[in-house]
Write a protein that binds this ligand. Sequence first.
Ligand SMILES: *Cc1c(COP(=O)(O)O)cnc(C)c1O
Length: 356
Amino acid sequence: MFNKPALFTEFPALANTLPYIHLGIFPTPVIKLSDLGKSLTFQNLYMKCDNISAIQYGGNKIRKLEFLLADALKHHKKSVLTFGAVGSNHALATSLYARKLGIHPIVHLYPQPVSDKVCQTLRHHILNKTEIHQYSDYSNIKNRTRYRILCELFKRGKKPAIIPSGGTTALGACGFVSAAFELKEQIEQDLLPKPDVIFLPLGTMGTAAGLAVGLKAAGLKTKIHAVRVVPDTMANNDTFANLYRQIVQFLNKTDPSFPSVQLENEVYIDNNEYGDGYAEPTESGIQAVELIKDIHEIHLETTYTGKALAALISNTKKLKTKTILFWNTYNSQPAPEEIKKLSICSLPEGLHGYFE
Ligand SMILES: *Cc1c(COP(=O)(O)O)cnc(C)c1O
């Protein structure tokens, strides 16, 4: 069954102007985590299941890619270039869905701590025949991107679509503006009470900022507790406010009936769970992952969702009587079995170390 984005129901003019292609299954379900709620002494703990946002590969990036890859198709792009850490869920999701749409996927990958999950992600790239370029750091990114654009121009006669890290642009974030309207519909259908606060991880911020714009535009007074998992030079109150403004301006320019909402104090950036760095597991994050696995057999990870759940746990006292929505952003569809048997020799040599 095809459901158009909830944003388009509310603002039909956007449906005619914004590029959109259907990749996921929406609305994603909301479930009550009664047992975890009980063990943490919450009365009302719910989870938004973006972990199953698509059949092939879920997670939060699908909502952004529905707009971003549609834009690539609209411009008749033959290839797409994106960026991320070696285990980036965004880079993998972009590659998988680009391939599905007949667009050649290219990723620039940067180092992150070694883990089984990173290996699985790389094997999945091998299966999908992603064109991988590996770099040792984020410097010189502009020149490298320019060089790759030229390569593609020669090879395919056309520049690639460029998608920034995490798929965070004003257009990409529209997926999460829409998610807020989707949530509003679910509240109206009595699938959950209006949440007082949403807990989620904060990376490139498109998820949280899109939701914040959408909640405001939808008239929902739900707060967002955004748990920072990247360096504070990337995600902070200023960069967040800036992105929020860009999204509002973009939507308002595309459809003047979209309200010029403003960010007040509804988003709290939690800096307490970051630990030693991006993708560096923390003790509290590991425990949170264990807890929800033991109680509900829900599988999170320690880079994003584990840290977000850890923040929820450490704020238990303050939240006892509140309605809380944990936004599960991590794909839970299993990787294809056959990736285990793939040889890693097609990977750039510098990545072989992750498998030792
Ligand atoms: C990318 C990602 C996030 C962060 O989303 P942003 O929009 O980049 O802030 C959170 N959780 C998971 C599992 C992710 O892959």
